[in-house]
Design a protein around this ligand. Sequence first.
Ligand code: ZN
Length: 141
Amino acid sequence: MSDMTFAAFGELLPEITPMNAPFWEGLAQGEVRLQKCGQCDAYQYPPETFCYECGAQSMSWVAVSGEGTVYSYIVVHQMYHKAFRSFLPYTVAIVQTDEGPRMLTAMLNLRRPIQIGERVKPMIRVIDANRAFLSYVPVKD
Ligand SMILES: [Zn+2]
């Protein structure tokens, strides 16, 4: 499927701020990046100026695998936004990453239903030359 399919997702992306820019720049470069605490090594998302675990203000951004397991999901049958029109029905899942943070994600073009606990991996979907978003796909087809 052509990347052009995802162009309509551009208007759904959040405002890029100094706080979240490293995450979105990472996706555009083909990387999943999370904040990591320099004090206790905890990973976190969404980003903050301090660590959710220990409160230290020593967060830095690192590239991670982003792989994990399905923590929960729903299947969406109704069109809430035109960008999703050609993907109905699609899955919205919460992924428990191996690094720790849980990521909310849309899983598109699945060949079969996913299951709770199933292994999934990041699939970065390109919107245009400078933007991409994080989706997930099953590790096993
Ligand atoms: Zn910490």
